[in-house]
Design a protein around this ligand. Structure first.
Ligand code: FES
Length: 151
């Protein structure tokens, strides 16, 4: 093998090696970035205050929340997701409690655990009034169950 042939094959081999390393590195980077974010938006609008009656809470299945509207206390939003294993709880106005159909946890109207196996109370979320007059819920901002928005 003469010098010219050695340099030609050496350069080609080095270029191939660099391209293989580059492709592998790119594949590793692509693997680390998810293609789809499955989590729904955590800040969303639910309608105007007039859309919600006084009395028992309104269940919004898509967002898995209960919207409470009280004449004197205002608006509050509770999560409908059981803190045990994530089933959707149902509110029963007859006993003013949330019941989980999966393993029988019971939560008070304030989301407190009355009996388990749920380990924690239901979550409550911040609700505010957007500029367009709609109620806006922020699931990234947990609030105490005593939190109310007066409209
Ligand atoms: Fe609600 Fe188990 S998921 S009690």
């Amino acid at each position: 093998m003469n010098r010219r042939s050695f340099l030609t094959w050496g350069t080609a081999g080095f270029a191939t090696l660099c391209s293989a390393v580059g492709v592998s590195f790119g594949a590793v980077l692509r693997f680390m970035v998810p293609s789809v974010f499955y989590e729904p938006p955590q800040l969303f609008k639910i309608g105007t205050p007039a859309d919600f009656p006084f009395g028992p809470p309104t269940f919004m299945a898509n967002e898995k929340i209960y919207v409470f509207r009280d004449q004197n206390k205002g608006f509050a939003v509770a999560s409908a997701v059981c803190t045990h294993l994530g089933c959707t709880v149902a509110f029963f106005p007859s006993d003013d409690r949330f019941h989980c159909p999966c393993h029988g946890s019971v939560f008070g109207a304030g989301g407190n655990v009355i009996h388990g196996p749920a380990p924690k109370p239901l979550n409550w979320y911040e609700v505010s009034l957007a500029r367009d007059g709609q109620l806006q819920v922020n699931k990234d901002k947990p609030v105490p169950s005593s939190y109310r928005l007066m409209v």
